[in-house]
Ligand binder design. Structure first.
Ligand code: SAH
Ligand code: TMP
Ligand code: ZN
Length: 406
């Protein structure tokens, strides 16, 4: 029995993804014997509707000076965050005098650079100092700390209240949501806005994209869970905007209760969630069965390919792939290597299953018969670059929404 991280009611894990390492913990051979693992079990709180990990490694184990995820490597995400920033500036900054924006988990400055370029007061809070350094080099104001209620008070003292607190793919990383929500509520001006987007529970369940679940993602949110988590700290949802990024995300717009008009999107989405069963434990029991089916189909396919004497290379050493590889037990016997653009991941091994990570040049130099698309959320961008692979007869393996070869 565990306690829900949001409402403290009793919860029971409905499934385990087995022993999992740090999803972004790419490592060298001499580090294998010291590798850290935890049992990754998931639970759904029927009282506040929050999907969560019952155990999460400490923040310092995951976010540090060697963090392996650099946001700006994706061209389409650079475009996406430019549009996100423009939406904030046009819809929420227009009537404000010298507005101030704070971004949590600002990484290498992919979003904040747009505010800097428009001369807006800004501050990035980014605990992983190596990615924060990239932002600082661009001239973006960034502090390398974990956001918390204490830090919010420090920011208010030094820079005043924020007209907007924004973040993307960060809120679901922070276990102590009550502390964070209090910090944000305090940091905002009386009519400030909180805008964040995260992988959406509705998409994960509909697509069986269980790879969204890994150590960093302690929550997979829905509108219901966000409403419950922030409602207890004086904030309400004023708009909801579904996004196609990261395989299906939701953008949540919140504000202090009673300060903004509420978009009809809110009622519509809450109704849709009830209809999709996002608040019912039976949906998660079904999800578990779907994950098991996906696993046996993927492993079966890879073994068949191996028996035919053909090669498979992974495409994109994503953090998500760590869950897939370790849950399915896929190692270097089934996948030769994984190609990835991130220099800090190359010439290392994947966490847990120890598949070598190489560059895309290695992929092009000796193309395999099959490429397993781990970075399926970046498919459009990748296919634009990899037309040659398909033209030469190479086949893509998908595992979301179902295992398929195309
Ligand atoms: N916003 C970027 C980066 C997402 S990765 C994007 O969408 O591409 C998650 C980021 O959150 C990491 O850079 C990590 O260092 C940061 N992070 C983790 N815990 C945090 C916390 N408590 N406060 C602020 N940032 C945090
Ligand atoms: P993400 O799914 O968490 O955004 O991670 C994407 C990973 O895939 C990251 O390690 C970079 C890598 N990648 C490539 O190797 N090639 C590409 O074209 C893209 C877009 C990403
Ligand atoms: Zn709860």
């Amino acid at each position: 029995m565990y306690k829900c991280r949001i409402c403290l009611n009793n919860i029971n894990p409905f499934m385990s993804f087995g022993s999992q390492p740090i999803a972004n913990g790419f490592l060298k051979e001499h580090e294998f014997s010291e590798e850290y693992f935890f049992e990754m079990e998931t639970a759904f709180c029927e009282s506040c509707n929050t999907f969560q990990l019952v155990t999460q490694p400490s923040a310092e184990k995951m976010f540090h000076e060697n963090y392996a995820f650099f946001s700006s490597l994706s061209k389409n995400m650079r475009i996406h965050f430019k549009m996100f920033a423009e939406m904030v500036m046009e819809e929420y900054f227009i009537d404000r005098v010298d507005p101030f924006v704070v971004e949590l988990g600002s990484n290498d400055g992919i979003m904040l650079q747009n505010f800097m370029n428009n001369n807006f007061r800004h501050l990035g809070v980014e605990p992983s100092s190596n990615v924060g350094d990239v932002a600082r080099k661009k001239g973006i104001k960034t502090i390398s700390e974990f956001f918390s209620l204490d830090l919010a008070e420090k920011i208010i003292k030094e820079s005043g209240h924020a007209d907007a607190v924004i973040c993307a793919n960060v809120m679901c990383h922070i276990p102590d949501m009550n502390d964070i929500a209090q910090g944000i509520a305090k940091l905002l001006t009386a009519d400030g806005v909180l805008i964040f987007e995260e992988p959406y529970l509705g998409d994960m369940l509909a697509k069986t994209s269980y790879d969204q679940i890994y150590d960093e993602h302690v929550y997979i949110f829905s509108a219901h869970s966000v409403m419950n988590a922030f409602g207890r700290h004086g904030l309400e949802i004023i708009d909801l905007l579904h996004q196609e990024t990261h395989g299906g995300s939701m953008r949540y717009v919140l504000a202090p209760k009673g300060t903004h008009t509420i978009s009809p999107n809110v009622e519509i989405t809450l109704r849709d969630e009830k209809r999709q069963g996002l608040n019912s434990i039976e949906t998660f029991v079904k999800f578990k069965a779907n994950c098991e089916k996906s696993r046996s189909n993927l492993v079966g396919l890879l073994k068949d390919i191996k028996l035919q004497g053909k090669r498979v290379v992974g495409y994109g050493a994503t953090s998500k792939s760590t869950t897939v590889l370790n849950y399915c037990g896929i190692g270097p016997d089934l996948i030769d290597f994984i190609a990835d653009t991130t220099p800090i991941k190359q010439n290392k091994f994947t966490p847990g299953c120890h598949i070598p990570v190489k560059s895309h040049e290695d992929f092009h130099a000796n193309p395999p018969e099959y490429a397993l698309l781990f970075a399926w959320n970046h498919a459009t961008e990748i296919f634009e670059k990899e037309t040659q692979f398909s033209e030469n007869g190479g086949k893509w393996i998908y595992f979301v929404p179902s295992v398929e070869v195309k």
